[in-house]
Design a protein around this ligand. Structure first.
Ligand SMILES: [Cu+2]
Length: 315
């Protein structure tokens, strides 16, 4: 499919909410949203002195650089902050993971705009990329406290990401570190484009090019047979979270294909994504999909190439 067709599909497949939802994060993938983010960034800079100062200090290029290096790596952004995260302190301890989102005055946020059918997406991953979880906690609207039953299965230093849009505000992804006592042997992520999960064989194809829009295609098979019965999950046939190795900068990548037409709709075996990665280097990718009535997560590791090294684009 040519670029124009792909963009068209993209526009049709993504609800307007997607563009609004992810317009603020320069890291984020959708082409449409990426284009929009530039405009919104300019607008938002008027209200953000620090951001403005950073931009001016770098001859006008700082805004882009600052946005690309800080998205999803801070506990405060966009006028909101992630409170300290309360969770069990040791492996195996049954408890609750709790936190609040605070506004600029320190008051807990109790009203949100749903993104992909949820008010808040919680991503938890160990610093080495292992132990990934993508879950949806419950909001106590009277206190603004988010909570979810929780226990750790492995020790280590974890990053917790809250991906949300407060009512009337741009979406942000805020993050904190939570340490879980005990010894752990970190896993060095090696490049991986094929994996097996819950009886499904899942592969990812495509080149990640720093600073460019890259198309990634995930393919799901079972016993060698393409799976064409992928089910809608959170308004799409799959969700892809990408984290940059090193600082775990957070990218929520979204499907390029048409959205499910209803709860009975099915798709597969391919799910396509648009990814915009800010820098060369290694990325940890987590593909959540629904099949046979339950959610599965396939993990991949891809290296992004330096954009300047690629002079021609081949398809
Ligand atoms: Cu989610």
């Amino acid at each position: 499919m040519n670029a124009a067709g792909r963009l068209g599909l993209y526009g049709a497949g993504l609800a307007a909410a997607f563009a609004v939802a992810f317009g603020a994060a320069a890291l984020v993938a959708p082409r449409e949203a990426a284009a929009q983010s530039t405009q919104q960034e300019e607008k938002s800079m008027d209200g953000h002195d620090a951001h403005n100062a950073a931009a001016q200090g770098d001859g006008g290029h700082g805004a882009q650089a600052a946005a690309e290096t800080t998205a999803g790596v801070s506990l405060a952004a966009g006028g909101y902050a992630l409170s300290p995260v309360s969770a069990p302190v040791a492996v195996g301890e049954q408890g609750t993971l709790r936190f609040r989102i605070l506004d600029g005055s320190g008051a807990p946020v109790t009203a949100y705009t749903p993104q992909h059918e949820k008010d808040l997406h919680l991503i938890v991953v160990r610093s080495d990329g292992a132990e990934f979880r993508h879950v949806h906690p419950t909001l106590d609207a009277s206190t603004g406290t988010w909570s979810i039953p929780w226990s750790w299965t492995a020790a280590g230093s974890y990053r917790v990401f809250a991906d949300f849009a407060a009512a009337g505000a741009e979406p942000v992804a805020l993050t904190r570190t939570v340490d879980v006592a005990g010894s752990f042997a970190p896993v060095a992520p090696a490049t991986s484009t094929e994996t097996s999960v819950d009886g499904f064989d899942v592969g990812i194809a495509g080149d990640l090019v720093a600073g460019s829009d890259s198309e990634l295609t995930v393919t799901v098979r079972r016993d060698g047979v393409p799976v064409t019965t992928l089910q809608p999950y959170l308004g799409a046939f799959g969700h892809l979270v990408a984290l940059r190795e090193g600082d775990l900068a957070y990218l929520h990548v979204h499907p390029e294909g048409a959205a499910p037409t209803g709860p009975e709709a099915t798709s597969g075996p391919d799910v396509r994504f648009g990814a915009h990665v800010p820098t060369a280097g290694r990325y940890l990718l987590y593909f959540d999909f629904m099949a046979s009535g339950s959610v599965h997560t396939a993990a991949f590791v891809l290296d992004a190439h330096d954009g300047s090294a690629t002079t021609t684009h081949q398809h």
